[in-house]
Design a protein around this ligand. Structure first.
Ligand SMILES: C[S@@+](CC[C@H](N)C(=O)[O-])C[C@H]1O[C@@H](n2cnc3c(N)ncnc32)[C@H](O)[C@@H]1O
Length: 239
């Protein structure tokens, strides 16, 4: 492999300025605009699609591994929160052909783009939803909510997780995929200082009534897969 790979990888998912990539969408935020600065806007969805849906992303994102980890049934009702351009939404739709996928995002241009993509792809089991920062606006309680490469953008993670906790069924799960702080500096994703540890996520989840059910740190090269469920008091039976 040539030295070009790190630039290609960054171009696919670098949530930071990538001067080596002229096609990068304009950021309406400070230089690295992540959760600790201000919201990172994802306007100009067509430009982001070139990155998010670049087939080269599959090499490290391993969507089949992520989806296999969800243990989906064909009739599950699920959500993709922070769905972006639909990289996971379209795959989830195929995994639950008799079920339903709600694809929610806070960026209106992503919602517009995704609605068009879903229609063009003829995915009749997907509904696209306009969310707000602390509420994905899901219309019913779900078996599972997938959140990929989003949580490091969220300002108030406790409020965000509280809304997700309310949106899952009593035995449902929230699955977080995000970037490992210990991944190399030039790995895809945000700069190291904006990557979240599992302990940080577990602490915020706990404050929101969610608990870590499992943490997989080895299946993906640069990311962890965290399964969260509703925390239960001892002796509590789900209702
Ligand atoms: C890096 S993209 C990831 C998109 C998609 N999940 C993927 O893996 O291709 C982050 C997305 O999260 C959205 N987002 C950021 N904060 C959010 C929030 N609080 N609630 C829902 N979506 C959010 C952004 O608008 C953007 O579309």
């Amino acid at each position: 492999m040539t030295r070009r790979l790190p630039f290609v990888v960054l171009a696919v998912f670098g949530c930071r300025p990538t001067p080596a990539v002229p096609a990068a969408p304009a950021h309406h935020s400070p230089p690295d605009g992540h959760a600790h600065d201000m919201p990172h806007r994802f306007e100009r969805a067509e430009d982001w699609a070139a990155r998010f849906d670049d087939p080269a992303r599959d090499n490290w994102q391993k969507p089949d591994v992520v989806i296999a980890s969800l243990g989906l049934r064909s009739d599950d009702k699920i959500a993709d929160v922070g769905a972006g351009t639909g990289y996971f939404t379209t795959r989830l739709a195929q995994a639950v052909p008799a079920g339903k996928v709600y694809a929610s995002d806070i960026e209106p241009d992503m919602v517009r783009y995704l609605g068009k993509r879903i229609q063009e792809d003829g995915l009749t089991n997907v509904a696209v939803v306009q969310g707000s920062p602390n509420d994905p606006n899901l219309p019913e309680r779900l078996r599972l909510i997938l959140v990929v490469n989003v949580v490091h953008h969220v300002h108030d993670r406790v409020a965000f997780f509280r809304a997700l906790a309310d949106d899952i069924a009593p035995t449902g799960e929230v699955v977080i995929v995000d970037f490992k702080p210990e991944a190399p500096d030039d790995a895809p994703g945000p700069p190291k200082r904006h990557r979240l540890t599992i302990d940080q996520i577990a602490g915020d989840a706990d404050a929101a009534g969610l608990a870590v059910v499992s943490a997989d740190t080895t299946s993906l090269p640069y990311q962890y897969i965290l399964h969260l469920g509703r925390a239960r008091a001892p002796g509590h039976s789900p209702t």
